[in-house]
Design a protein around this ligand. Structure first.
Ligand code: ARG
Length: 577
């Protein structure tokens, strides 16, 4: 049991139950400045029992099993301040240090699909894809570490009318000799994608051919599909490069695009019909999930087949739920998708439940996020006014990271500078995104994200390298201090030790809420505690060998937790910079 707070919570809860004479009395136990931990809960219980709160708190302390607790003091109107016994604290730290998983137990494994990134074929990824990609990847890493069977899905936009038009446009241009179908880089496809739409609006003959091509695509005409496949492959190559630079786990094997659900959609609609859920509304086939209304209070339909007979984005998402719970046997579906799609997804989940594709305990969770803003607090735009290209942001992060490392340590040259600079730049970009509460918007700011001060990746990475260099100077092999129970006597040692023991709770809380910023906050606090410890407690010049080793043990565990925590966020922790 790595997490002392959890342990204390359980023991106090039992004592509360004893005093109350009923089960289910859960005090809130938190780390506290005034002691190692503070519990409240005596006040409500006292009210319930009609007794004095301090007296109730005293009765709880008397009833609690408190070995390992040095003092339990009653404060204010019934708070219980707990101070852990030094030796118990040291021994608990040692048990975490001896554990490869740093004290974090595996959870009962669930099969979890995480839907994230989701770019569109033949289009540049833009800054709008940053958050889903980075948050989704951190969620995947954390769930995997906790022992879940995680299936990544990249729900790409690869089907429908725009692709029919694009293919017709490309064929026309190739016939006219202005485009080489053998050479279709993504930026050219992106241009063609836009041009095809313009031409569709302006040229009726092209519009005619375009519509016919959309039908050919839907009928899987071989020539059309051959070109379509090339578009998908060109896009995949592009994403592979971007994901590679950014350190994202998604591969081509994780691509399950809208086209995949094409065959399933008629079945889904049929099943809705058979279940008696389909209704007609303005010529369209719709389902009305209870509880969804528009501004006027009228029921809101989820359209599964338009009046023109076409399936919709909603239909493909219903097929997607059915496929994930059915074929894949998943019990948790996580959607890392922007906040504007909240209602769409909520309605898809509701209809899926009605249709029996999403039966509790299986659940679907939308993990929404806010926008990336420019300095004017509007959507971040490039100088030309277009959305900023994702790949440009990634490349600039790397360039800036290399420059930051070069400035910090001019002696670091060559490959080391490049690779560490890469880790710092990408780390800065990811961490800046992950460290703000995901539901909020944030203002994109290179200088702040690359700063070596404050709650940033470079600060944490640097803290990590300082500990690595401490060991190089000490000439001590880090593995040797891992079996040692550190002595925690000084307040700064205690504060660091207690913080280290909070790692499990920080990770679990982060995963439970799909909120990476909680883990970021924890890592930042850990690093601040380490700085305070390092200032007040000499390590290499400690008064005895024993204390020196003990402090090295605390330092080693700090570095491991920092590196591990950053790893869960998809960020590297170099050993020097
Ligand atoms: N491609 C979609 C978009 O750009 C996002 C897909 C999200 N996933 C899903 N299952 N709907 O809006």
């Amino acid at each position: 049991m790595a997490d002392l707070i959890t342990l204390l919570s359980e023991r106090l809860a039992a004592a509360f139950d004893t005093v109350a004479g009923t089960a289910g009395n859960d005090p809130v136990v938190r780390p506290s400045d005034r002691a190692d931990a503070q519990a409240n809960g005596a006040l409500p219980l006292a009210k319930q029992l009609g007794r004095n709160p301090r007296e109730v708190a005293e009765a709880v302390v008397a009833a609690a099993e408190l070995d390992g607790v040095a003092t339990a003091e009653i404060a204010g109107p019934g708070f219980i301040n707990l101070t852990i016994d030094d030796d118990f604290l040291g021994a608990t730290v040692a048990s975490v240090a001896a554990d490869e998983r740093l004290g974090i137990a595996r959870q009962a494994s669930r099969r979890i699909v995480v839907d994230y990134s989701a770019p569109n074929v033949a289009k540049e990824m833009h800054i709008g894809h940053l958050r889903t990609t980075v948050i989704g990847d951190a969620v995947v890493r954390m769930l995997t570490f906790l022992g879940h069977d995680v299936i990544r899905e990249n729900h790409i936009g690869d089907w429908g009318r725009p692709f029919g038009l694009l293919i017709q446009y490309l064929l026309d241009e190739a016939a006219a000799g202005t485009i080489d179908l053998e050479h279709l880089p993504l930026h050219a496809l992106d241009d063609a994608y836009k041009a095809a739409n313009t031409r569709f609006a302006e040229d009726p003959e092209f519009a005619e051919r375009g519509r016919a091509r959309v039908v050919l695509l839907q009928q899987r005409d071989p020539e059309t599909i051959a070109l379509w496949t090339r578009l998908v492959e060109a896009s995949e190559d592009y994403w592979t490069e971007l994901y590679g630079k950014l350190g994202i786990l998604l591969t081509n094997d994780d691509v399950v695009g809208e086209s995949f659900y094409e065959d399933l959609m008629p079945k889904v609609v049929q099943q809705l019909h058979d279940a008696g859920l389909l209704q007609e509304s303005d010529g369209a086939q719709v389902v009305f999930p209870p509880g969804f209304t528009n501004r006027d209070g009228d029921p809101l339909p989820l359209i599964v087949r338009s009046s023109a007979g076409a399936f919709t984005y909603a239909t493909s998402d219903l097929a997607c739920v059915a496929d994930r719970t059915g074929r894949l046997g998943a019990d948790t579906l996580v959607y890392v998708v922007g906040a504007p799609q909240s209602q769409h997804l909520a309605m898809v989940f509701a209809v899926s439940e009605m249709a029996g594709w999403l039966t509790p305990p299986a659940e679907a969770v939308h993990v929404p996020f806010g926008n990336v803003l420019g300095p004017d607090r509007k959507m971040l735009k490039s100088r030309s006014g277009d959305p900023v290209r994702f790949i440009d942001v990634v490349d600039e992060a790397i360039t800036r990271g290399v420059a930051a490392v070069a400035e910090k340590n001019p002696e670091l040259v060559g490959d080391a500078r490049e690779s560490i600079g890469h880790a710092v730049g990408i780390g800065a970009l990811k961490y800046f995104d992950l460290s703000t509460d995901r539901i909020k918007d944030y203002v994109f700011d290179w200088d702040r994200m690359l700063s070596f001060d404050g709650n940033t990746a470079p600060y944490l990475q640097y803290a990590h390298t300082r500990i690595c260099s401490l060991f190089r100077r000490a000439e001590v092999d880090r593995a040797t201090v891992r079996s040692l129970a550190p002595q925690v006597r000084e307040p700064a040692e205690r504060a660091l030790a207690v913080r280290l023991l909070g790692y499990e709770a920080a990770v679990l809380e982060t995963v439970e809420r799909y909120s990476p910023h909680r883990l970021c906050t924890y890592l930042y606090e850990l690093s601040s505690d380490f700085t305070a410890f390092y200032e007040h407690c000499p390590v290499l010049r400690a008064e005895s060998d024993e204390i020196r080793l003990s402090r090295l043990a605390l330092s080693d565990l700090t570095a491991r937790v920092l590196a591990h925590g950053l790893g869960l966020l998809g960020i590297e922790a170099p050993e020097q910079m």
